[in-house]
Structure formats: C-alpha cells, structure tokens
Design a protein around this ligand. Structure first.
Ligand SMILES: C[S@@+](CC[C@H](N)C(=O)[O-])C[C@H]1O[C@@H](n2cnc3c(N)ncnc32)[C@H](O)[C@@H]1O
Length: 231
C-alpha cells in the first residue's frame, strides 16, 4: 500500500509559527528535560555506536534539535567539527554549561540557537546532518527536510532517529497527546509512521540507505534512518 502523505499544517493559509513560539514549550521544560534519565540506555548506546561508525574525523557535522547537547557531547570527538543547534535558547544554555564543565576539551563542538525549518545561510557545507527525536516536532516536515537538504553537500548523510507516533496506540496519539498539549504539558507534534517518513524523505530526493530500530524495550516506535543526498 502506498503510504499516505503526512498532513501539512502549512496548507492552512493563516498558519505561521515563529521560532519564538516553537521554543516556548521547550524553554519551559529544558531544566526538567536535562534532569530526566534516558529511557532506554542500551538502545541509545546502540544508536551512538551506529552513528559513530558512519562519521569520520574529516566530517563537518550539523545536529539539529540537539536539546541539552548530550548526543553532540558524545559524538563531536568523532568529527572534524560539529555545530549542534536547537530552537530553544534554554536548551542551548544548558548544552553550553555541559560543554564548559567537560574535563576533556572538545574544540570541535559549538552550540547555537537555530530553527531547523530555516535554511542556514552557509549553504551546502556539511558532510552529515543528525536529527534525534526532533522530526516529529517540527511545524512542517517538508520545510524541515528542504532546509536539511540545503545544508548537505552532494553525497552527504542525513541520519535521523524519530518517534513515529502513528505506531502508538491511536488513543494516545490522537486523544491523550492533544489533551496534554491543550494543558501545556506536551509540544506540537506531527503524527506519522515509518513508511510515511521514508516516503517524505524520498520525495525530497534522499536515497534511503538503512531503516532500523535500536530499542531494547518491547515496542520501539523510534525509527532510525540513514539517508543520503544524491551526488
Ligand atoms: C525531544 S527533544 C530532543 C533533544 C535531543 N535531540 C535528544 O535526542 O535528546 C526535541 C528538541 O527539538 C527542539 N526543536 C523542536 N522544534 C525545533 C525546530 N523547529 N528547530 C530546532 N529545534 C527544534 C526542541 O527545542 C528540543 O530541544
């Protein structure tokens, strides 16, 4: 069956989301997010090993939606340079605190505030873009994928691990999440499954190289995708 396209809120003419609006929820929860333990540590470590094997010390890497920088701090040493960005200034403030308190200096790593749905002015300068737990949170997936593509050199890698909320119990995705959102306890989310995400990537010209799940718990809705911008 051909996957259904992901609903696009931007087709509503009145729809505009500024970076400040997108950041509001995440600024508010940043300290709590930083304190929460990683839910599936073996699955997280498996993802890190997989990504490390794909990166090279020659690579210029961009991470979007980096949160408090946990992953960037683990991966930066495997790169030539790494820019890790997030729309939330609070998340980036915590990431910079963490970078400042590292015992081993990480001169390759910089953190910055940026919206993943705005095309970076530097153009196609990265050998890899990483997006962990963020593609389901952007306002418009097509705009985000377009912006990612524009920052990748021809032949460069896009690596994403994203919760596919359409693979959850429909009651949670369609009822509980909107209710929590109305109460200010959840962010805006896009609901898609792995086939829809894959098809959105292909529509933007990405060549899919791997689709995996690294979770060690019973049901893993976080799909790990390795895609490449064709040369
Ligand atoms: C669930 S957290 C994931 C953080 C980190 N990547 C991780 O795996 O722990 C989602 C992050 O995406 C960021 N985010 C949401 N929408 C964004 C956007 N449009 N551009 C950049 N970052 C965004 C949020 O501020 C938040 O820090």
């Amino acid at each position: 069956m051909h996957p259904r396209p992901i609903p696009n809120p931007a087709t509503t003419p009145a729809y505009t989301t500024t970076a400040a609006t997108k950041a509001r929820f995440w600024n508010r929860v940043a300290r709590k997010y930083a304190a929460d333990p990683i839910a599936d540590m073996p699955g997280y470590e498996a993802t890190l090993r997989r990504v490390q094997a794909l990166l090279s010390p020659e690579h210029s890497v961009l991470e979007i939606g980096c949160g408090t920088g946990t992953t960037a701090l683990r991966l930066a040493a495997s790169t030539r340079r790494m820019l890790a960005t997030d729309v939330s200034a609070e998340m980036i403030a915590i990431a910079r605190e963490k970078l400042g308190s590292q015992t081993q200096p990480l001169p390759q790593l910089r953190f910055g505030v940026a919206d993943a749905e705005t095309t970076a002015p530097a153009g196609a300068c990265h050998d890899a873009v990483l997006a962990f737990n963020v593609l389901h949170l952007v306002s418009d997936l097509d705009i985000a994928l377009q912006a990612i593509l524009a920052t990748l050199k021809p032949g460069a890698l896009f690596i994403s691990k994203t919760p596919c909320l359409a693979e959850m119990n429909p009651l949670i995705a369609r009822l509980v999440v909107p209710l929590m959102r109305a109460l200010g306890k959840a962010p805006h989310v896009l609901v898609f499954d792995a086939a829809q995400l894959r098809s959105a990537l292909e529509r933007h010209g990405f060549a899919i190289e791997a689709v995996e799940r690294h979770g060690t718990k019973r049901k893993d809705i976080r799909v790990f995708i390795v895609a490449r911008r064709p040369r």
